[in-house]
Design a protein around this ligand. Structure first.
Ligand code: SF4
Ligand code: SF4
Length: 443
């Protein structure tokens, strides 16, 4: 057993030692309710979870609960013993996969999921990011010299305007920072989820080591999954001499330094699409929004407790579509000018609502950058979803694909169109995007 596997094993054992089997975690869990688990049997389900964690048995009910977990952390909030039940569930998932699926299969599934993500992300990023910036982001840690490292993770590069916004904000603050991300600097989540801990350890360990090589005293994460993987798990398993935290915390703590740069903006009313399960992030975004001149945040009912981000749309398409519809209808009903997203995965899915509702969809980084007079970063991904004239997008993408040495093949057209439009039905003319891609594809 490696040091990291021993750490995960210890997390599971510590949770079992402290757990009193009160069952409150099961009762609070939104996905347990969604899959119809009998929550009056919560005590028995927790006992089953313990059996899985210790590798003794893999009972069906606990297995269903573990597979359904989407990381909402409602269990952790409900636990009277202050156990990080979300983290325990991740360990139990690894134990279940290890105990029930042969290693070659776990390795193959994790590798395939990683390849699918990396391929789609590389194509979409290469259509929107100039090659010099791409090289800067995707380089390793050696040879860098920064006081602060902004770690993007992989998937936000599909919506790179968010990354550019944060870089613009850090530039305005006069911070000496570097930026790192892309599939070569992955957090290893695909392997982690499949229980391929050896490959996970190699990928995530290399990225974590790369953080240290930059010499930065602080790493700022963007992606909530990376934040969970690095800040909640790896940094505890193998602490290094840099601090790690979510970028929204740093930005919210820098509001007073931003104020002198704020420009005049028109009065606007905004609804924030929220997830309340990653400590502090929603509060940080709210602090930033409260500081933006002439912006009023309007409250609507929404499902804040469902998952830690909208990435689970592929697993729960009906539920996520329902949540998004509630948010969009709510924003329209209070006459909001803006629907504001926090994470990239939510932004990808909600951006298309602008085609159907009378408000604009912006990421909170768009708003902060705009307030600092830097809001010129175009959201090409949103434009892909809205349809209309794609000629400018095609010309830009053609040049960037060439610069980045990336070829778009005919078979990628269907894959990318499904990626961009497949999530919740919001969007404009799908054929406009498909046609634009076809112009770029090599037969
Ligand atoms: S993290 Fe959320 S979905 Fe997972 S077990 Fe806990 S409450 Fe349920
Ligand atoms: S809420 Fe905490 S103590 Fe109660 S069963 Fe769940 S993990 Fe154990």
């Amino acid at each position: 057993m490696s040091t990291y596997e021993a750490y995960l094993d210890g997390v599971g054992r510590d949770a079992m030692d402290r757990c009193t089997s009160c069952g409150k975690c099961v009762e609070a869990c939104p996905t347990a309710a969604e899959i119809g688990l009998d929550r009056t049997a919560s005590v028995r389900i927790v006992e089953e979870l313990k059996a899985v964690t210790s590798g003794e048995a893999y009972p069906e009910t606990a297995g269903k609960w573990i597979d359904a977990c989407n990381g909402s952390a409602q269990c952790t909030a409900a636990c009277p013993e202050q156990i990080n039940v979300r983290q325990w569930m991740s360990v139990a998932r690894i134990k279940k996969r290890t105990g029930t699926v042969p290693e070659p299969e776990r390795r193959a599934v994790g590798a395939q999921k990683y390849r699918n993500m990396a391929h789609a992300m590389r194509l979409l990023a290469s259509m929107q990011i100039p090659s010099e910036t791409m090289k800067r982001i995707t380089a390793r840690g050696e040879g860098r010299d920064s006081e602060l490292l902004f770690y993007t993770g992989c998937n936000v590069l599909r919506t790179p305007h968010i990354v550019f916004n944060i870089m613009d904000i850090l530039d305005t603050l006069g911070v000496r920072y570097d930026v790192m991300g892309g599939a070569a600097n992955c957090c290893g989540i695909y392997q982690f989820n499949e229980g391929d801990t050896k490959t996970h350890e190699r990928i995530a360990g290399r990225t974590y080591e790369s953080f240290a090589q930059t010499g930065a005293s602080k790493v700022l994460t963007w992606c909530p999954t990376c934040q969970k993987q690095f800040a909640e798990t790896r940094h505890e398993a193998a602490p290094r001499d840099f601090g790690i935290g979510h970028v929204t915390g740093f930005l919210a703590d820098s509001i007073e330094r931003m104020r002198p740069h704020f420009v005049d903006l028109p009065k606007r009313r905004a609804v924030l699409h929220e997830h309340d399960s990653l400590a502090g992030v929603t509060g940080n975004v709210r602090r930033l929004m409260a500081a933006i001149p002439n912006l009023e945040v309007v409250e609507i009912p929404q499902h804040r407790d469902w998952s830690y981000t909208c990435q689970a749309g592929k697993v729960w398409p009906g539920k996520v579509a329902e949540i998004h519809k509630l948010v969009a209808e709510g924003a329209a009903s209070v006459g909001a000018d803006l629907l504001v997203t926090t994470y990239h995965s939510c932004h990808r899915q909600l951006a298309g609502a602008e085609a159907q509702y009378p408000f604009k969809v912006m990421n909170f980084t768009d708003l902060v950058a705009e307030a600092l007079g830097k809001g010129g970063r175009h959201d090409w991904f949103k434009q892909y979803k809205l349809g209309g004239d794609m000629q400018q997008a095609v010309e830009l993408a053609r040049g960037y694909l060439q610069q980045n040495g990336v070829e778009l093949r005919e078979e990628d057209v269907a894959t990318l169109t499904a990626e961009v439009f497949g999530e919740n039905g919001f969007g404009g003319d799908r054929a406009a995007f498909e046609g634009a891609l076809r112009q770029l594809a090599t037969p």
